[in-house]
Design a protein around this ligand. Structure first.
Ligand SMILES: [Zn+2]
Length: 357
């Protein structure tokens, strides 16, 4: 039972506003005189039965939180705190996802909004000893031409250096929008060398994932857990080397699964899928990165060796440089090679004399 916060890992599914600490949200709301819904502050999404958790409630709370981010300083604070929190949880690589549209009106446009996030990501990386890359995400709720505009903007800042844009996503309610209409935006992103990382297969099942695979040609799928319901699809995902950003806390928070043990993590891993566990929106779901690994350990019986393979998988699925990947993977091996504290205790109590004082 090694310490999971010390296990080196990459965090590939974290939304900008959703990463916010509750006290930070409370601070910002107070500064702007915004009255927050109680559910955002008590940080206990699970007090509702799974059938009442649902997308619309989530969307309403997310919008309320986003309405409190209104300045360059707020945006920088979010990136810095997300990087600090991730680093404290053993993450060596964070790829944070942002739709700059919502923040654009407060900072003079969409381009400055992106520049601020990139600049903050670079500064936060240096300050907290973690690499932060940026994913620009379009929304399914908006016109597909909007997505193309965002893809062109993302392409302009594409790069594999720290703080640069590494991917292009598509987020928001999976049931909205025509997936095929977003294909051209992903073509623009792909031509710029960006990873295609659309959401899919959380609220909707295998048909939706097949459509995302066909129309958007993803490198990774945000969620994709419900591929577990279709063996042939899962095989295709594995064969094509598409990684799945699995967020158990989110699945439970949205009532997709009633409890942690129902998230089909074993099925996905046993099929050979490349998995990157992520927190999605800690602010809304009340669980952070290490909690996802704790779920794998306690609800699914993953051993330390299996957990180290999950962490390695997240690192491989990231857009980190090959040298960063090699360094983090070596650190994962070192984590597993270190003695298990439980063994040390076992050896002591089995054979040793314990001296107190
Ligand atoms: Zn997400």
């Amino acid at each position: 039972m090694r310490d999971l916060a010390l296990l080196p890992k990459a965090h590939l599914h974290l939304h900008f506003t959703g990463s916010m600490r509750v006290p930070t949200l409370v601070d910002m709301a107070a500064a702007y005189g915004v009255r927050l819904p109680e559910a955002l502050i008590d940080n206990d999404p699970l007090r509702l039965p799974p059938t009442e958790r649902g997308w619309f409630r989530f969307q309403r709370l997310y919008d309320a939180a986003r309405a409190c981010v209104r300045s360059e300083a707020d945006m920088r604070r979010l990136v810095h705190e997300a990087a600090a929190d991730d680093a404290a949880e053993g993450s060596g690589r964070l790829e944070i996802q942002v739709d700059p549209t919502s923040y654009a009106p407060f900072v003079g446009g969409i381009t400055p909004a992106v520049e601020i996030v990139i600049d903050a990501a670079r500064a936060a990386s240096a300050e907290h000893g973690i690499e932060v890359g940026v994913i620009i995400a379009a929304s399914r709720m908006k016109h597909p031409l909007d997505a193309r505009t965002l893809a062109r903007l993302a392409a302009r800042y594409a790069g594999d250096g720290v703080g640069e844009v590494v991917g292009f996503g598509l987020s928001n309610d999976e049931r909205r929008g025509d997936t095929s209409q977003f294909g051209p935006a992903f073509d623009i992103a792909r031509r710029a060398g960006l990873a295609a990382v659309p959401h899919g297969g959380e609220l909707l099942g295998p048909d939706h994932i097949s459509e995302v695979m066909r129309e958007l040609v993803p490198d990774r799928i945000g969620h994709g857990v419900r591929a577990a319901e279709d063996e042939r699809l899962l095989r295709e995902i594995v064969d094509r080397g598409v990684a799945l950003e699995v967020n158990p806390g989110s699945n439970i928070g949205l009532g997709v699964y009633g409890e942690a043990s129902e998230v089909p993590l074993r099925t996905l891993v046993d099929a050979g899928a490349e998995i990157a566990l992520g927190a999605d929106d800690p602010l809304l779901f009340g669980t952070r990165l290490v909690d996802q690994y704790e779920i794998a350990r306690t609800a699914h019986g993953f051993t330390d060796a299996e957990l180290s393979r999950l962490a390695a998988s997240s690192i491989r699925a990231s857009r980190a440089s090959s040298s960063t990947k090699a360094r983090l993977l070596a650190d994962v091996d070192a984590w597993l090679a270190a003695p298990d504290p439980a063994d040390a205790f076992g050896a002591l109590s089995a054979g040793g004399t314990v001296t107190i004082g």
